[in-house]
Design a protein around this ligand. Structure first.
Ligand SMILES: [Zn+2]
Ligand SMILES: [Zn+2]
Length: 321
């Protein structure tokens, strides 16, 4: 499925099979998760995709042409971080997620909305065996960037999660497993998302713009809505942290300094490191994280993105070639 230009529908196309370069593996795609970032790319909110582009960065595939690390037949996962330079000050400091020259899967490189994909094997992950292909796909971005977002909340006990989509449904399970208390904030009338959050262990679910039932120690924002930032700052107590987990957000409204006062912290999370991925994929089966997926055939990628845009998904959407 090809994106020719932002804000145009994805097009089914027969492309030349991609050829793996040095250090790369050729993959037969078994499943590819859909992430909100894909929507930001297709909708033109992320400005510099390669074009034409095959989107998709939560790839579960089997190696068809192997490399040194993964032989033919191995099952691997390909995440958003597709390549880093290894030389810049961020790479050298263990912060490759901030690499100046990073290249991202399904953005700078063709991704997994396809039958075949290539990936640099150094950035692929071995996947935990207990997860079928479809259930493994959302671990690769919703899971591991969600996990990085949760980690940035430190040892906060009472955690608010704003926006209850693919990342939240995974992070909620991890947070509960770690003994934290989870409060889910959704659109006021989204009874379905609220019920879903309660099923997954949240102790309260309600209106994101209303008052929290009690003071929070941290808030994680996964919905791309800037007005949630002052709302979340208002909900956390002194010394609390608000973490924005998405790659794009509408403008944050002007707000009184009082909301930040009291040593509250506001920060974003950008991308992932390979260490995040290894850590999360080791943890997921021990929670155990269960992913809830809705599957769509590859050629229905446009419809699946439409369901995400409309807020109609429960859990994560996954495309199957
Ligand atoms: Zn993503
Ligand atoms: Zn670098």
């Amino acid at each position: 499925m090809v994106l020719d230009a932002p804000r145009s529908p994805l097009r089914a196309a027969e492309l030349e099979p991609p050829r793996p370069g040095p250090g790369e593996v050729l993959l037969e795609v078994a499943a590819c998760g859909i992430c909100r970032t894909d929507l930001h790319v297709v909708d033109g909110e992320l400005k510099k995709p390669k074009l034409p582009l095959v989107p998709g960065h939560q790839i579960v595939g089997r190696v068809a042409q192997g490399g040194e690390r993964f032989g033919t037949g191995a099952r691997v996962g390909v995440p958003w971080l597709g390549w880093t330079c290894g030389e810049c000050r961020f790479c050298r400091a263990g912060r490759e997620n901030l690499c100046d020259r990073a290249r991202f899967t399904g953005y700078d490189r063709d991704g997994g909305f396809a039958e075949l994909a290539v990936a640099d094997e150094r950035f692929c992950f071995a996947l935990p065996e207990g997860y079928p292909d479809l259930q493994a796909a959302p671990l690769l971005c919703a899971g591991l960037i969600g996990y990085r977002t949760l980690r940035m909340a430190g040892d906060a006990e009472r955690i608010g999660i704003y926006g209850f989509g693919a990342a939240a449904h995974i992070v909620c399970q991890v947070a509960v497993h770690q003994g934290r208390r989870v409060f889910a904030f959704t659109r006021a009338d989204d009874a379905e998302a609220q019920a879903f959050a309660l099923e997954l262990g949240a102790e309260w679910a309600g209106d994101a713009l209303g008052p929290p039932p009690e003071e929070l120690d941290a808030a994680l924002i996964f919905a791309p809505a800037g007005e949630l930032v002052p709302a979340a700052l208002k909900a956390v107590g002194k010394g609390g942290t608000v973490v924005c987990g998405g790659i794009h957000m509408s403008d944050i409204p002007s707000m009184p300094y009082e909301l930040l006062w009291g040593e509250r912290t506001l920060r974003s999370v950008a991308n992932l490191t390979r260490a995040d991925g290894e850590e999360f994929l080791d943890l997921a089966p021990r929670v155990p994280v269960r992913t809830e997926v809705e599957t769509h055939p590859l050629e229905r990628a446009g419809e699946a993105l439409g369901r995400l845009r409309a807020g109609k998904l429960r859990g994560a959407a996954v495309l199957v070639p």
